[in-house]
Design a protein around this ligand. Sequence first.
Ligand code: MG
Length: 217
Amino acid sequence: MLIDQCALDAVKGFMDPEEGAALYAAALSASRRGPCLEIGSYCGKSAVYIGTACRENHAILFSIDHHRGSEEQQPGQAYCDPDLVDAAGGGINTFDHFRKTLRAFSLEDTVVPLVCSSVVAARAWATALAMVFIDGGHAFETVWNDYNAWAGHVMGGGLLVMHDVFERPEDGGLSPFEVYEYALASGLFEETQRIKSLRVMQRKCCGAPPPPRKYAY
Ligand code: MG
């Protein structure tokens, strides 16, 4: 893997190195077939893993994030990082850190930042994707919307990868797990790999995904 792990350790983020190595391997395989897309750029740690793999195949990674941080990362909240607070009073801003990461790892010609919500980016999307990585907000509605906006764009044989899939409530929030279970139950995807909280699924067939299942909340 052509990544300076020491330099990457210095990038803010929540990606375990073992999960990152699996993410890189999945992207290296997938990006031979087309572009990849991730939801949840933050400061660029996962973009380095996926983007470096894409660069090896002359492929592209689209990386979506509004760069305003999630609810628990806002000023005054439990997971607020003071380094990310916008000096102009605009709350959290991770975009500058993200751009620095892309530059430091020579990924500016590989990674295309999309600074908006994933649902907005999906409105006019029409490009089949070899891999979609869902690692955005963890509220159920957010994960659910990310899945429904993007699962249908994964090409047949392509990969859907999810992060922070915890099966026990004591390990973390269950929303990614619930959506991951739905993806498998849909019949569109089958699991091919699990590394810690990372789940790799492969799309079995072409065609549109089924309509969203109604949840009570
Ligand atoms: Mg994550």
